[in-house]
Design a protein around this ligand. Sequence first.
Ligand SMILES: [Zn+2]
Ligand SMILES: [Zn+2]
Length: 755
Amino acid sequence: MRVCIHRGTHEIGGTCIEIESQSKRIVLDIGLPLESELSDTPLPPVSGFRGFDSSLLGVFISHPHLDHYGLAPKLLQEIPVLIGSAALRILEAASQFIPSEVNFKNTIEIKDKTPITIGPFTLTPYLVDHSAYDAYGLLVEADGQRLFYSGDFRGHGRKGKLLDRFVAQPPKDIDVLLMEGSTLGRFGVDDKYPSESELESKFLETFDSTKGMPLVWCSGQNIDRLVTIYRACRHSGRQFITDMYTACVLQSIGNKRLPQPGWTGFRVYLPWLQKQTIIRKELFALAKSFAPWRIYPEQIKKEATKLVMLFRPSMRTDLEKADCLEGATLIYSMWSGYLERDQYHPLVDWLVEKSIPLVHCHTSGHAPISDLKRLANALAPKMLVPIHSFEPAQFADHFENVVLKSDGQWWEPINNPSIVNLKNTEETMNDDIIRELNKKINSQTGGGGKWPSSFDYIIEPNRLTLQTNRTIDKSGYRCLDSWGIALYHHLKTKHKLDIQEIQFVLNNNGMTKSPNDEAFKRRVSYLQINNGHIRFKIIHDDHPVVLYNQKELFERPTGEIIHNFLNSRGDDDKGHLLEKSFQAFLFGKGMETKTRTNDRLAILGKDFFQLKKKQYGVLREFPTGAFNESVHECNRLTPTEFVDIVTLNRLGYLSVIELKLDDPKLEVMSQILDYALYFACYKDQILDVLNKKPGLNMKPLKDKIICYVVNNRFHPRFDDIFQYYSTKGKSYKFQILKVVLGSTTEYPVYDMIET
Ligand SMILES: [Zn+2]
Ligand SMILES: [Zn+2]
């Protein structure tokens, strides 16, 4: 048996695993990566996905979540799809209303603990507890080897007993366990999640304390949650209104024990948007079938205090028109990270405008570490490969026999994982190639976009080391992480090296506790947190430096303090320095200082359009730098540097702007990260300083800090490394955004003439 994880070794979302035996293949899951669109995400490179290939025997879909089936609409329709029958019905019901048209022509129904033989494979599905209905783990047997794929699972939902039963009688002799780790890095080792029944009490409490109508925003396919809400409704004496889409999904499952139209206190509402779908697709019979249980706007207004209503952001106008929002509460019942996405800012603004309080009431669809351990211990695999996790490197802290894999790498289950850890047996690079690479990289150093010459580069098959060969200053330190990442990316993509560790060796570079060192340690700690699939190490004068964990990095001790005084900065610019004059212009050079606002920042694009009426203040050259106890040189923790501009953006976020003009240094990435960490760690103190300055009008409306790195010309490797620093899809207190000045979409004539 050979295995290739096409996507999922270091991310949540887009899971796809190909397994080969005797030249036949099966695929487990065909997910869409998080925050990606179907239209611009290609299928993984599996033979038979696009053109017919008889050696591809089938695609198993573990459960109906987009990150596991989302690319399925692109599959060749002849390919057999193995899926639970209820899961299939949910997808079909949903596709009437939402544009994820799955249209499987050839399905094979899977059932709990019922083996299916397909070519050389025997597949045994195991029903699991998860926030998606009809979800399965899978035992794959072939060539005398046994692989277990956990799928997504938990033990605290309405089917929590399934996990108890599984660990009591697990499949034996597992060679490989592919186990999800969604919660690693998000929660502590001992954290427990509330169960669905605990959640029920919390819903009930909120229903009881809401004067008007509670609105609940949850996924229409999270069946456990819908049951929880329905039960809480019954206890509170309120009726439960679902939209027609959700009613359809519940009915499609065909399980008489689930709440659905026809049950006491179950009403169906048709929002405007769904009504348009009904008309467009001529689903009139479907709509009519819900007639006995329909509820209309006038009734909702009249009965509001006796109702609970499922909510989606698209229903805002419906609710306003129905005039039923007095005393309403919005209960948010999904992962909190979604709410922070830009697309939902208008919704949050709407809640504020309507004075609707927001209450969070949610529990995870995934197992906490303690339950992951129960599964891993029960299966006792010879080899445990992390999947569906942003923190694969953390697996080794909690589980035995962990072996990290890369996306796209083919490997075999083997009996002695410790060998794999040392070297990738199959892919042991030819020593000559490695020697050549070392020679090549070390000869391409110094100036002109080459690798910085203050470091020696040591490339091993699994590890990259950057070692200082002279004393480096602040900018040298910044080159260390940014160029280290650049070389890692280069070796990985251009030379296909499977590097798993990046090591920075600093010798004879002063104390380990110098400010530059501390700032560097914070950056590398961030990179480690942000890139669970790479191991980062700092060795300083032969001693390993212990990196910060997420809590230590972002929640700094209270004894650390910052500059509490802002120098007033004038309009001075230096004519010969392009960047400085540009900064002075944006800052409002020549404008009346007392009423100076930030509207010239419109030049930076959509986050700063139409600021005129907002009257946000703007600061130039804002000092960073942290100290212990008092602002004094001998207490210095991190270097002081001046951020070009601090202001609020259009949506009222505290905004930190680093400007460059004609200066494509790669290490600007490290610089903006330094600022981001500074603002995130000391936000409250910074706001204090800002509030003390009279007439500034800089009280942020949001919690998050947005850090902009602005340039007209970024380093050619900038985007390569940005992805490792990127905050996209993460829920940190800050986001880093790139603004390109002067970009052109149409090329002028002279570009075609000159060569
Ligand atoms: Zn998933
Ligand atoms: Zn899932």
